[in-house]
Ligand binder design. Structure first.
Ligand SMILES: CC(C)(COP(=O)(O)OP(=O)(O)OC[C@H]1O[C@@H](n2cnc3c(N)ncnc32)[C@H](O)[C@@H]1OP(=O)(O)O)[C@@H](O)C(=O)NCCC(=O)NCCS
Length: 198
């Protein structure tokens, strides 16, 4: 039975994906809500993951995702991947362990998703695009073909990344931005064309 780390918004959305996909969920792992019930399921502390149990980190912040995944791996957990049955994932696409793909997402041909990456609802990812670890593509964003999204990069809701561009490590593309040039490491860009926030 799957444990979902994080009982906040993305964690509960991950539960929705699991229910739609027919994946049984044991409960949530969340320090803040430990001992309570969320959506009728028990919440434990992350350190209480049963050894060998599958887990998925349902948290948007890549830094928190990294910390939790490390802790849960050390506790003997096994990262699992969840794909909504109404998402389209091309057959030759590779999803590393720990990925979450929500309903209405379309992940196209020959895409590689790195570990613990998330593609939220109605987002699209074009052919030959490569994700590092813990990449997040928020709802309705469109990542074009042959894009490189480095570790911990985030693409905000409704943003567009043009084909062949690179989004650097821990960079953040603001909601609605249109990325026409490569985005440097740890830089937040907004607008059309996207420019670093001042
Ligand atoms: C880019 C972003 C990270 C900046 O967050 P922030 O640093 O807290 O920025 P603030 O809200 O303080 O806004 C600072 C300024 O930038 C502007 N701004 C913020 N986000 C913007 C965006 N996406 N596009 C254009 N301008 C933006 C604000 O209007 C404000 O301008 P002002 O100073 O002239 O009033 C954030 O606004 C964003 O787009 N996040 C993505 C949200 C998302 O996709 N969520 C999905 C959840 S399901």
């Amino acid at each position: 039975m799957l444990w979902i780390a994080g009982a906040g918004g993305v964690g509960r959305e991950a539960l929705d994906v699991a229910i739609a996909a027919g994946v049984p969920v044991a409960g949530f792992l969340d320090d803040r809500l430990a001992g309570r019930r969320v959506r009728g399921l028990p919440v434990r502390k992350p350190g209480e993951l049963p050894s060998g149990a599958p887990y998925l980190v349902g948290i948007a912040d890549p830094a928190v995702r990294a910390r939790l995944a490390e802790l849960l791996d050390a506790a003997g957990g096994r990262p699992a991947t969840l794909v909504h049955p109404r998402a389209i994932v091309a057959p030759e696409t590779e999803l590393a362990a720990g990925c979450l793909v929500m309903g209405g997402a379309h992940v196209s041909s020959s895409v590689t998703l790195g570990p613990h990456s998330q593609v939220h609802y109605n987002a699209t990812v074009g052919h030959d695009t490569r994700f590092g670890a813990r990449v997040t593509v928020y709802p309705g964003a469109n990542v074009s073909g042959a894009v490189l999204l480095h570790d911990d990069a985030t693409v905000g809701s409704g943003a567009v990344v043009l084909q062949g561009r690179t989004v650097g490590p821990a960079a953040f593309v603001g909601a609605g931005a249109v990325v026409t040039r490569d985005v440097a490491e740890r830089t937040t860009v907004v607008g059309c064309p996207a420019r670093p926030m001042s």
